[in-house]
Design a binder for this molecule. Sequence first.
Ligand code: BG6
Ligand code: MG
Length: 216
Amino acid sequence: MSKGFIFDLDGVIVDTAKYHYEAWKSLAQQFGYDFTPQDNEHFKGVSRVKSLELLLEMAQYKATPEQKDRWLSEKNTAYLALISHMNDKEILPGIPQILDLLQRQGNLIALGSASKNAEPILEKVGLLSYFNTLVDGNSVSKAKPDPEVFLKAAQQLGLPPEDCVVLEDAKAGVAAAKAAGMQCIGVGDATILKLADYCFETTAAIPLSLIKELSQ
Ligand code: BG6
Ligand code: MG
């Protein structure tokens, strides 16, 4: 039986980390915290609510539940404005070729993302039609490294977890894929993504021959 492939969104299909960074940075200014690119590394793969908690911890700022709700909504409004212009030029290199190959071979394709903005982003960059199913931040209750998002994607594809391969750029995402009993291709620093079965610095470096090999 052929394998299913489950893609993370941010950092695997598109480079939206820079927009999340800008939106968190401008929010952090409101409570006098200088949010850095290094700080942003800890936010990759982390849900919006958890990210705000992390930010408040970094800034040592105690916020009321009302402030938190307002800031979550402000952050998302800023993020939506930043991604409003996104188009197919922002697809990470090599991803269209991988999707084309999988589609040609008849493999099933799913999204497994923490983002609540996943569907409109896939639509903006013109990739939505490749996906047989989407599991995103609106449909899971437990965040990565919990395997829920990937197990749900496998279930929606009608495949057992061991017949699924995950592509991930976040440490928590790789841990979630392995906890789900799936093979995992990591994108990023191999010293951070230690649990991944294969790791490449960028999406451009993922060999199509490996995708072919794993897709049988
Ligand atoms: C993940 C990103 O994919 O989605 C995180 O790596 C982000 O940085 C999370 O916080 C939630 O995204 P959104 O779009 O729902 O705020
Ligand atoms: Mg990611």
